[in-house]
Design a protein around this ligand. Structure first.
Ligand code: DAH
Length: 349
C-alpha cells in the first residue's frame, strides 16, 4: 500500500475535522490498534530486510507527521472553540449571587467590626501599625527592660534583619507599640484604638502563634482611672450584650502602666456551659492602667502636663467567650465547613 497516499488521505480528513470527537475517531482510524498506518507497520514482517528498512522508515515518518499534525490541529480547534464560546457568553460581574452562595463572615472579623463600632461610638478612632516592629517600639519605649522575660527567644519571633539601633526586628508581641507610634506622631488629645495581628511562639487550644489584640490609648490633661473603668465596663456590656454584667478590677503589673489592673468578668457554669455576666467565678478579660509617665517621656511628651490611660485585650479570646468556641486554632486553619457552621451571614451588601 502507498504510504504517502494514506498520509494524504489522513491529512485531508484531519483538515475537515472540527471537534474533539472527529479528531479522536481519525486518530483511531489511522493510528489505533487496527488503524491503517498501524496495518502498514504490521505488514513489514512480510518484507525483505532491505525493503523493511526503506518502507519502515517511510511509515514511521508518516506516523510521526500525522501525530504532530493531529496535536497541533486539536490545539487550534480547542482554542477556536473557546474563543467562540467566550465571544458568545458574557458574565455580568455586577450581578449579585444568590444568598445561599454568599460566604460567611469570620467570627474574628465580626468582633473586629463590633469593637471598632463600640469604641467608635465612644469617640475612639482607629490607628494602625505594622506587624514587623522595632525593638524600641515593641519593648524599650514601653518600659520593658532588656532582661524582661517578654523579650526571650521562646516567646518572641525575631527577624534576622536589624534596625537602625542594631536590634533585630520583631513580629510585634502585642498591639501596644501602636501607642508609641501614635504618641510620637500626634499631639494630645489622643483617643485611639488599634486592632491588629500579634505574634508569640505559643501554640495550644487557647494560644496561637498569630492572634489578635486591640489596644486602647487616651492621652489628655486630666484622664483618670474612673474614665478608664467606665469606658471598659460600657464596652463589655455592649460587646457581650449583658446589661447587668458583673465585673471587677484587680491590681496587676504592666511595665507601661502605673497603676495597672486586670479586668475580670463574672461567670458561672450552667448545663456544662459558660454563662457570662453572673456567678462567683472570674474570667480575665483585659489588662489596663494609667500610662506610665516614663512611657510618655519616652515619646518626647511632657508627663507633668499630659496623662492618660491604656488598655489591651485579646480579640480571639473575647470572640471565643462570646460565641462559646473552645479551640483558638479553628479560627486559623482555613476550614470552610467550620466557617459555614460558625461564621455569620453577610446579607446583601
Ligand atoms: N500589651 C499587654 C499584653 O499583651 C496588654 C495590655 C495590658 C495593654 C495593659 C495595655 C495595658 O495597653 O494598659 O499582655
Amino acid at each position: 500500500m502507498d504510504v504517502s497516499k494514506v498520509l494524504k488521505e489522513a491529512l485531508s480528513e484531519l483538515e475537515k475535522s472540527n471537534n474533539d470527537d472527529s479528531i479522536q475517531s481519525l486518530r483511531v482510524k489511522y493510528l489505533g490498534k487496527k488503524g491503517l498506518i498501524t496495518d502498514l507497520l504490521k505488514s513489514l514482517k512480510d518484507l525483505s530486510v532491505e525493503d523493511k528498512k526503506k518502507f519502515g522508515a517511510s511509515v514511521n515518518l508518516a506516523k510521526e507527521e500525522l501525530l504532530k499534525k493531529i496535536n497541533t490541529h486539536s490545539l487550534e480547534i480547542n482554542k477556536k472553540n473557546i474563543n467562540e464560546k467566550l465571544s458568545k457568553e458574557s458574565i455580568d460581574i455586577t450581578f449579585p449571587p444568590p444568598i445561599s452562595q454568599l460566604g460567611k463572615l469570620h467570627p474574628i472579623s465580626k468582633t473586629y467590626k463590633e469593637v471598632i463600632d463600640i469604641f467608635g461610638n465612644m469617640g475612639f478612632s482607629v490607628a494602625e501599625g505594622p506587624d514587623i516592629e522595632t525593638d524600641f517600639n515593641n519593648f524599650t519605649a514601653l518600659n520593658i527592660p532588656e532582661d524582661h522575660p517578654a523579650r526571650e527567644m521562646q516567646d518572641t519571633f525575631y527577624l534576622n534583619e536589624k534596625d537602625e539601633l542594631d536590634k533585630p526586628f520583631v513580629l510585634r508581641t502585642h498591639t501596644s507599640p501602636v501607642q508609641i507610634r501614635t504618641m510620637m506622631n500626634t499631639k494630645p488629645p489622643i483617643k485611639i484604638i488599634a486592632p491588629g495581628r500579634t505574634y508569640r511562639c505559643d501554640s495550644d487550644s487557647t494560644h496561637s502563634p498569630m492572634f489578635h489584640q486591640v489596644e486602647g490609648l487616651l492621652i489628655n490633661e486630666d484622664a483618670n482611672m474612673g474614665h478608664l473603668k467606665g469606658n471598659l465596663i460600657n464596652f463589655c456590656k455592649d460587646f457581650f450584650h449583658i446589661n447587668d454584667l458583673k465585673v471587677r478590677f484587680r491590681p496587676s503589673y504592666f511595665p507601661f502602666t502605673e497603676p495597672s489592673a486586670e479586668m475580670d468578668i463574672a461567670y458561672s457554669i450552667v448545663d456544662n456551659k459558660i454563662k457570662l455576666g453572673e456567678g462567683d467565678k472570674w474570667l480575665e478579660i483585659l489588662g489596663c492602667g494609667m500610662v506610665n509617665p516614663k512611657v510618655i517621656e519616652n515619646c518626647k511628651m511632657d508627663s507633668s502636663k499630659f496623662q492618660g490611660y491604656a488598655f489591651g485585650l485579646g480579640l480571639d479570646r473575647i470572640t471565643m467567650l462570646k460565641h462559646g468556641l473552645t479551640d483558638i486554632r479553628s479560627f486559623f486553619n482555613g476550614n470552610n465547613n467550620w466557617l459555614k457552621a460558625n461564621g455569620f451571614s453577610l446579607g446583601r451588601i
